[in-house]
Design a protein around this ligand. Sequence first.
Ligand code: AP5
Ligand code: ZN
Length: 216
Amino acid sequence: MNLLIMGKPGAGKGTQAKKILDHFSLTHISTGDIYRDEIKKGSEIGQEAKKYLDQGNLVPDKMTNDIVWEVLQKHEYPNGFMLDGFPRTIAQAEALDEMLNTLNIHLTAVINVDVDDDVISDRMAGRRVCSNCGETYHVEYHPPKKDGVCDVCGHSLIQRKDDLKESVLNRLQIYKNKTQPLLDYYENKDLLLVIDGENPSDQVFEDILIKLGELH
Ligand code: AP5
Ligand code: ZN
């Protein structure tokens, strides 16, 4: 099974991706996570990407396409993959089609986690991430057991720079201009599954499983 998960910034893609990966033993390919890792390592890619991420802008297509190709062509996804945060532009979607054609791989479905803008602001404002392992929390909807401390590894929780208000508005605007048109792109390919992302996350996950089940 090869899935793609889409949605506005903060819609809950990462949260759902984790549940889906565990359920189907898929390999997670998140371009956002890849960039955050590279930034943490201080690599050349990281230094370049940081300029874009901090402001909430998209990294140029060529750089992102190259990174995804690097990962896909290694074939390290025995049960299939879940692409998260890619593609984000029509040019990236076309590049992905080419990559998949070359590798003779097909997408099973594209999941769109659908959430209103006002819910997005609330989710981003409350999001906290572990400074060490990247685990995601929310101060209200998914709080850690001990305030400000990661349940998984015990390190401190921080707020992502791009979760600050100005950056969030920019990301939402970019989503509307560049990423939203992809919904039609995948609808036309008969791959799109729209999920109500405003429910509690366990319910959202159940809805995804039901919709995926309908595919068999
Ligand atoms: P990326 O990491 O992909 O960021 P994003 O799309 O903005 O998505 P987020 O990680 O912010 O949110 P999410 O939807 O995963 O939500 P989450 O599950 O955490 O990309 C970051 C940056 O990298 C981009 O801005 C760009 O610069 C660059 N980049 C990445 N890919 C690129 C590409 N292809 N091309 C160019 N540049 C690229 O949930 C959010 C919060 O809500 C959490 O606190 C969570 O606990 C809570 N929550 C989740 N679900 C629920 C629920 N159902 N109910 C209540 N709370 C919930
Ligand atoms: Zn941690």
